[in-house]
Design a protein around this ligand. Sequence first.
Ligand SMILES: [Zn+2]
Ligand SMILES: [Zn+2]
Length: 435
Amino acid sequence: MKEGPVVACEHCATLHERMPIEPRAIATCTCCGYVLYRRSSVSLNGWIALVVAALLVFAIANYFPIAILNLQGMTVQASLPEALWLTWRQGHLLLAVMTGMFAFWLPLMQLMFVLWALLSIQSGRLPGDFRYGMRFLHWIAPWSMVPVLMLGVIVALVKFSSLAKLSIGPGLWAFGVLTFMLTGLSRVTAHRLWRYAEDAGLVQAPHPNLSPGRVVASCSSCGYVQNIKPGTEACRCERCHARMHRRKPNPVSRVWALIITASIVYIPANILPVMRLRTAVGESAHTILGGVIELWQLGSWDLAVIVFVASVVVPMTKLLALMVLMVNRHWRGSTVQRQRTRLYELIEFIGQWSMLDVFVVILLTAMADFPGVSQIIAGPGAASFGFVVILTMFAAMSYDPRRGWDQQPHALEAGALQSPASSTSGQIAPGRTQS
Ligand SMILES: [Zn+2]
Ligand SMILES: [Zn+2]
């Protein structure tokens, strides 16, 4: 019987045979426990319907105001595009571009590229530039931050409720629905779309030669496992033509450089004001910690805790966890490696949530736009904070968890392909092959 396509674990490089699993089941790596692939109960048509719906909700969320605010007879209708435009006009170009990318353009492009890919797969004919589209989708996916924006909207509304009267606009409900839809759609990754195309027979499925002496590597962009020349560290993927590395290059200097830069930028991010409140009586500057205290005093202790965790605990944890991963990288043993893999998963998971305060500032800018009476202006701390988030995300991306597993004594044993562990079916077979 012909073996199924080969899939490599992204965290430890163990090769597995991609076997059919039951709907809603998850196939995990037998070595490190990382999720290899899932099967949802949603069909291709179901995903298409969900993306179309999400695009409609996206339009509603951005067209209609999130909130309608009243102060001394003046009315402001705050929406996200308006907030971005105001921040731009106030001269905070970097901040406006950063937020515009993460909260508007990249989520929109992600939806459009997923829809295009799903429609192409369903039609049974892939366009010639499918691989470029999928490379782009793989690249932008971690930077699409609508759920973080949604939390930012809630925090901004609570903060603003102390300044003026406000009523909720239809944009807010749309953002709430969109958050759920995009969380579901985040499962439709570029790798998954390639697997759909493999299953439909539209692209070559990975069946590398695994005989002893052959070297295999997987493309991080499309997941294609292929033979490479022994001794090769970097080449082009045979299937998607992306630049691929057997292991990410220069991880030590790269990750340390990013950690150190992020730690340095983290200082102005906390000392400089993230926003200024200008009223008829004067101007006051607010730092991130000041904002947390203010929320606490407003009686929203739950939001104060959330903002504190997102803005202080998460970036610190990320930096410390990356340092731990870098410092103890010479420790051996599969238990240590499994713990390192869990720690790395945590860093990947919390990656974007520290962007919360930056979004809050942008939204408050749009809400409190009552010139001469009350105005909120973004401060230099906000852009610094955004840079800390970007730098730590790049640091996490430059780290290669497979290098730790390479040092395992059993890592180079040749053997049969692994069958992944599945949450509902599947058995663990003995023997393993490493790429
Ligand atoms: Zn693994
Ligand atoms: Zn590829």
